[in-house]
Design a protein around this ligand. Sequence first.
Ligand code: MN
Length: 355
Amino acid sequence: VDRLRLCFSELRVDVILVTHLPNIFYVTGFSGSAGLLLVEPENGLLLIDSRYTFQAREEVSGVRVQTVKHGLLRGAGEAISRVSRRGRVSVAYSPAQLTIAQKQTLDAATGGRARWVPANGLVEKLRAIKDADELSRMRQAADAISKTFCDVIPMIRPGVTELELAAEIEYRMKRLGASGPSFETIVASGARSAWAHARPTAKPLKKNELVVLDQGAILRAYCSDMTRTVFLGRTSEKVRRMYRAVLEAQEAAKNAIRSGVAAEAPDTAARHVLKKYGLSRFFTHSTGHGLGLEVHETPRLGKGERTKLEEGMVVTVEPGVYVEGFGGIRIEDDVVVTSTGAQDLTSAPRELLEL
Ligand SMILES: [Mn+2]
């Protein structure tokens, strides 16, 4: 809450309205699935409904909690109109996280007294840099997914379906303490491995296929995200060369990471390696993204990103090549940005596995 309050002088507003649930969790500790947070220079107010009264009592610190009866948006609008006895109330809010209908309800409940100041990403900016406790949680989430993958390796064989493997991965991560997957687990085999974000299907794995496994675990609220690509059988020179190119691109990207460099630097480094192999046109997404309470956060490691990497940021490094009709290869790790370089959180083996 205190770090968020530092925004007041710059924004010149009376209230900051926080609507995005991961942001509310970050600021107050409230993990419920509905709520709105108002932060003023001197105090904070979390609005919830009666389902969450007991939970909030246990979870929330640093702000007052109020259970509202006639809708959160109406409650928030009324609370905003009470901030000042007369005149208008300036409210910073995040247009990216509010629908037009929600905004209209809010505005009506303030009696038209609010002056809305668009301010996207206030809390996200704070969230980008992880403290020691967050880093220890993220290390645990990364360990859980690394171990899950290693445990599942013996099951990656011809005959098992993509869905069965994905189910096994999600079951095992929970056995290791995860509350669930960070996103729908991807298992994509054969030509489908070229679909960068394929959903697992009932297709059985076959001999001589590439298999992309992209998985992440949420543990103590923080996400991990790791991809490995394996081959069923003996690889051809073409596959080995593709794999070497992606791994080399990933290493180059990791080597380009340290605090103070632009977020596009690792992306440039990865593309440079793939270009040397004549494969850069098959790399169709950005090199990585921030990771934390959500699986995609700021910063993005991509072309044109001028944001400077800072110590304590956690990002994925995940170059890939995708050849339609043939298959795809992606290798992804989570790393912490330090002043001297990138420190790996995920640890499953990266060498090409022929299973
Ligand atoms: Mn990712």
